[in-house]
Design a protein around this ligand. Sequence first.
Ligand code: ADP
Length: 165
Amino acid sequence: MRTAIFPGSFDPFTAGHLDVLDSALKLFDKVIVAVGYNSNKAAGFFPVDIRMKIIRDSIKQYGKRVDVCCYKELTIELCHRLGVNFIVRGLRTTTDFEFEGVIAQANRVLDPDVVTVYVQASHEYSFISSTVVRDLLIHNGDATPFMPQGVDIKKYIKARKELKK
Ligand code: ADP
């Protein structure tokens, strides 16, 4: 069985991420969406458990072919822990390409057996980013068009506010 991880901050998971995941499932039998706590991004907007809930709401249609986990270690170490040899990342623009290239090269040096596979965004999703979604949410805008179907983002905004009290 071919398994890949799809690592990212997913703060939050968007319709663009779902599009990448959907394409990855055409290549792999199973994909594990791995929410990383990135040290540069500090605590983030949503706590990790809410990020994972949003992902779970987004992937129900895939059943056992998709799993969710979170991790603190290096992505390559996560691959070793899970026994996975493929990393999926999404590409939107040339900026993504340059940024992703640096990460993939570093991972390749760390372990040449782990291969990074890029999935290009469909053009209708290529402009979507977690940053835009967060900006909308901060200013009480409606982020629903950018979210996967089945995610009640208002519910999670409420939960986030409760936590901050
Ligand atoms: P990170 O903080 O690790 O960049 P993100 O959660 O922002 O994590 O993104 C995870 C992956 O999904 C990255 O490879 C990113 O380029 C990709 N991605 C994000 N949004 C889109 C989109 N709309 N279309 C395609 N790929 C995307």
